[in-house]
Design a protein around this ligand. Structure first.
Ligand SMILES: Cc1ncc(COP(=O)(O)O)c(C=O)c1O
Length: 369
């Protein structure tokens, strides 16, 4: 049974412009005179150079490597993931859209948790999929995607894709790998688990061998936007079975990742110590903020991300605090989905710990206890 969109079962389409880097790899030598791809190679833009320096101006002039070999090689060295199981695209969001394009026919059913990272819903609906949502497990000490409910619904509705963010946004909840694989095993045979691991790097076990494993039936999405600080450059990667990666390449926008983003990802991967330190700092701030708010009586479920979720007793109270914080110049996130309207998500930046920054929240908590 095919796991992907019907029209991708036949051969092609194939990338008409694999690019100079791919050709050089195939020939095993450099091609120094590039007169074949109609770029603006003879026009270093002086204003660009003045503003961003020689290197950016140089990178800007040429198409990047559509196969992102240098980034994939670094990921292979870091994670042990085979090169053919890695695909690079313009962020986890782009990879999510790419996975939907690859996996779904119009009217395919896809399943997600009601109130999870809303971009999945946005892309699924834009793709003509039928979205079915299941409730979170929202109980006294836990706010988490409900894996049993996701699996049950996927079976009942013969779903093509189940979306799960792990760690989750906005709850911050982390399910164990064993639980994820149990979920995968419970899905229909032709249903793929789209596992959004945008916050993977904030997990305590982010370096464990399982981090780079290819899990059959699962597309694992990662990003350089969070722990590596490259959100504005748009780059991320997915890990999946090579056969599925091949199909994804049929419908990928081949130069969506800029040469600058590729070079930036190579640079941050070459300097892992900075990322490690950043992650350590984020975790320390996250625990400090969660601890501070819990002392005031807040319900802050454990988070494995760079944010915390504060669960309020009612959506109206969350809306009021959100509004008051905004009036004071501070934007926190309140999910638009009514299922999680009682949650506020706060990024654990240094600024979140500044005295008085969350005064409206602190006042509301004190008023309750
Ligand atoms: C769960 C989740 N997935 C994906 C993304 C987007 O990642 P990217 O910037 O790589 O597109 C985010 C960003 O907030 C996120 O929270």
């Amino acid at each position: 049974m095919s796991r992907h969109a019907r029209h991708l079962d036949r051969s092609g389409p194939s990338n008409p412009f694999p690019g100079l880097k791919a050709l050089e790899r195939k020939l095993g030598r450099e091609v120094p005179h590039r007169l074949g791809s109609n770029e603006g190679l003879d026009m270093p833009h002086q204003a660009l150079k003045a503003r961003f320096g020689d290197e950016v101006a140089t990178l800007a002039r040429a198409y990047g490597d559509a196969e992102a070999m240098d980034v994939r090689q670094r990921l292979n060295a870091l994670l042990g993931t085979p090169l053919e199981a890695l695909i690079i695209d313009a962020g986890a969001d782009s990879l999510m859209a790419l996975a939907l394009r690859t996996l779904c026919d119009p009217d395919s059913t896809v399943i997600a948790s009601a109130g999870t990272y809303p971009t999945f819903r946005y892309f699924a609906e834009g793709q003509g999929c039928r979205l079915v949502e299941v409730d979170y497990h929202d109980a006294p000490s836990v706010l988490a995607p409900d894996l049993d409910a996701l699996a049950d619904r996927a079976v009942r509705d013969n779903a093509r894709v189940v979306y799960l963010a792990n760690p989750d946004n906005p709850s911050g909840h982390l399910h164990s790998d064993a639980d994820i694989l149990t979920l995968r095993d419970a899905l229909p045979e032709d249903c793929t688990l789209l596992l959004d691991e945008a916050y993977h790097d904030f997990r305590d076990d982010a370096d464990a061998p399982a981090a780079g494993e290819v899990w059959p039936g699962v597309v694992r999405l990662r990003t350089f936007s969070k722990a590596h600080g490259l959100a504005g450059l748009r780059i991320g990667y997915a890990i999946a079975e090579p056969a599925l990666i091949e199909v994804m390449h049929k419908v990928r926008i081949h130069y969506a990742v800029s040469s600058l983003a590729l070079a930036a990802a190579e640079t941050v991967l070459d300097h892992p110590e900075e990322t490690t330190q950043h992650v350590r700092d984020v975790i320390a701030r996250r625990e400090a903020l969660a601890g501070h708010l819990r002392v005031l009586g807040a319900d802050v479920p454990p988070s494995a991300t760079n944010f915390i979720a504060v669960r309020l007793p009612e959506a109206e109270l969350a809306a009021r605090i959100h509004r008051e914080l905004l009036e004071a110049g501070t934007l926190v996130h309140r999910p638009a989905h009514p299922a999680l309207g009682h949650v506020l998500r706060i990024s654990t930046l240094e600024d979140a710990l500044a005295p008085g920054r969350l005064a409206a929240l602190e006042r509301a908590l004190e008023a309750q206890h």
